[in-house]
Unconditional design. Structure first.
Length: 226
């Protein structure tokens, strides 16, 4: 009689099975976290490229108004940063890109002038007629200024605008303008005083803001960060 031998596979036991199951769960969790991190980095990288591209936009199409975003002013005199934006807006106005220039920006406590007032006077001194200048003089953030400017522009049936600001600030400004109801393009000033490493650092910061703002909305982002 032939004896039949069978190989017995020993049961690893509940403790070993539990360890194996725990390792698999941790491995998939780790892979999921790495995948999510990779997607976030990809999203941020694409946004950064878009921020940099928007800062190099040139030759805007004709529009109904030019919107100049405010910056610091010193007792009625535009700072070099604001003056570079105004000089570019004046150039666009003289080229016939739009018949109206909207200047924006409120004031800081103790200031005698608003950014909009300093900007308007700067343009008036350089030949832009009073009738071609609109003022938004209450905003203290990009969102506040563009929202208030949009109220005036839409009331005047002007929704097609070119936004003038610094290159690093262009994409966020365009997206905010669109969020508040404007049909916006951008024309960043080519003579920005923010250059080199300072400009790149601002682009990195702007990319983070744009990435978050696209998800939660720029109005809410302003509430959280200002």
């Amino acid at each position: 009689m032939t004896e039949v031998q069978t190989d017995c596979v020993s049961d690893p036991g509940p403790e070993a099975r539990h360890r194996s199951h725990g390792w698999k769960w941790k491995k998939w969790l780790l892979l999921g976290c790495l995948g999510l991190l990779g997607l976030c980095l990809l999203y941020y990288g694409v946004t950064l490229i878009q921020v940099m591209r928007a800062g190099r936009e040139r030759d805007p199409d004709p529009a109904e108004a030019i919107v100049v975003l405010g910056a610091a002013q010193y007792d009625g005199r535009p700072s070099p940063q604001l003056a570079s934006r105004l000089d570019h807006a004046l150039e666009l106005y003289d080229e016939g890109v739009a018949p109206v220039v909207m200047v924006t920006g409120g004031n800081q406590p103790g200031d005698r002038f608003t950014e909009a007032e300093a900007s308007a006077n700067y343009l008036l001194d350089r030949g832009v007629p009073e009738s071609a200048i609109m003022r938004e003089d209450v905003g203290h953030t990009t969102f506040e200024s563009l929202a208030a400017a949009a109220d005036q522009l839409l009331a005047a049936d002007l929704d097609d605008v070119v936004v003038v600001t610094d290159p690093y600030h262009s994409l966020r400004s365009k997206l905010i303008a669109e969020e508040v109801g404007l049909d916006a393009s951008v024309s960043p000033t080519p003579t920005s005083v923010v250059t080199g490493w300072s400009s790149f650092r601002r682009e990195l910061e702007e990319a983070a803001g744009v990435a978050v703002g696209r998800i939660i909305g720029f109005d809410r982002l302003t509430d959280l960060t200002e």
